[in-house]
Design a protein around this ligand. Structure first.
Ligand SMILES: NC(=O)c1ccc[n+]([C@@H]2O[C@H](COP(=O)([O-])OP(=O)(O)OC[C@H]3O[C@@H](n4cnc5c(N)ncnc54)[C@H](O)[C@@H]3O)[C@@H](O)[C@H]2O)c1
Length: 328
């Protein structure tokens, strides 16, 4: 039996594929390489270059492999871009997502681990954020993911689709072979380290008057390898007949943008110059998880997600891969 991983050439997807292979699972990847890298996927893994909304292709993959379950990472995932170009997000994440889940059900696949996000909570009333917190996203990216959560829930009731929607907080860090590399990059950790490497003269800090102690937004950073492990646990949970669920993946600890930059100065030993800009539309002030349910339901506990380890792993990876991934 095979696991279909969409977005498996992307950042979190490629690390999850690496972990699945290490556990002896059979995997196939579907990715359109809009944001991913072919060389991030082991050459031994069957790779389909295409879009998740292509029902014919999804039916073909299901016919060519005995697909037992799917891990659905494929999505556009930049908050700022979703504010300036919402159509891209609703078309790619939602319209294609609807087609994709429909094609999977037609092919008889009824288990899915879905990449959701803390962006579905919007500006939380209370921190840490539990899964019961109201969901009212602050940006089209969050809405596209929340709509997919609602779709999965409805499809469970009507068609018996069993899923675990994992609401990641901020993924960061690298494994030995795989790290975060996007062009353009909008995430803080790779951008801070690019400045530390001298690739950029300074790193942008978007907004210094948020209602937080130092005025910069606070986020909960989770090591990408810990995230990958949660997907393995979620697949096992579904295999054992677990009920559909929505689970936060975070550490319960938040760091401000300035704290991340200070930690990066210590880890790299390099001065990192900042440039303060206006706040980005769609950015909440504080997103920190209450991860208790993921621990209770999946037995998941992050082990690599302290901030210095996260930064050190991505720093080491970038040194080994100064140009990121080979061009596709
Ligand atoms: N990175 C984070 O901190 C974070 C936080 C919360 C949720 N997420 C979610 O996790 C998932 C993975 O995020 P990531 O950081 O690895 O992003 P990523 O951009 O590195 O990976 C996404 C992959 O999906 C592919 N893709 C996108 N749309 C596609 C489509 N229509 N058909 C086929 N392939 C498509 C891209 O080419 C890319 O390889 C996304 O769903 C994202 O919304 C990420």
């Amino acid at each position: 039996m095979t696991i279909l991983v969409t977005g498996g050439a992307g950042y979190i997807g490629s690390v999850t594929v690496e972990r699945l292979l290490a556990k002896g699972e059979r995997v196939v990847v579907l990715d359109d390489l809009a944001r991913g890298h072919r060389s991030a996927v082991d050459p031994g893994v069957p790779f389909y270059h295409g879009r998740v909304g292509d029902r014919t292709l999804v039916a073909r993959i299901a016919a060519e492999h005995k697909i037992e379950a799917c891990v659905h990472f494929a999505a556009m995932a930049y908050v700022g871009e979703s504010v300036s170009d919402p159509a891209k997000y609703f078309e790619n994440n939602l319209e294609q997502g609807v087609a994709f889940v429909g094609a999977l059900l037609n092919a008889g696949v009824r288990r899915m681990v879905f990449s959701s996000t803390c962006a579905t909570y919007g500006e939380p009333e209370k921190v840490p954020i539990s899964e019961q917190s109201p969901q009212w996203p602050k940006n089209p990216y969050g809405w596209s993911k929340l709509a997919m959560e609602r779709l999965l829930d409805s499809y469970d009731h009507a068609y018996g689709l069993k899923f675990v929607a994992l609401r990641y907080f901020n993924a960061a860090g690298a494994t030995e072979r795989l790290g975060e590399f996007h062009e353009p990059e909008s995430h803080l950790v790779p951008n801070v380290l690019a400045t530390a490497r001298g690739e950029t003269p300074d790193v942008a800090v978007f907004g210094k008057s948020y209602p937080t102690p130092d005025g910069t937004p606070i986020r909960d950073y989770v090591h990408v390898a810990d995230l990958a492990e949660a997907h393995i646990n979620a697949l096992d949970y579904l295999r054992q007949g677990g009920q559909s669920d929505f689970l936060n993946l975070g550490t319960g600890h938040g760091y401000s943008v300035l704290e991340v930059i200070e930690c990066a100065r210590q880890v790299t030993g390099r001065p990192i110059v900042i440039r303060v800009e206006g706040p980005r539309p769609g950015d909440p002030a504080r997103l920190v998880a209450d991860p208790a349910r993921a621990r209770a339901v999946l037995g998941w506990q992050p082990t690599m997600s302290d901030l210095p380890s996260i930064l050190r792993s991505q720093w080491t990876w970038r040194h080994k891969h100064p140009r990121g991934y080979a061009p596709d």
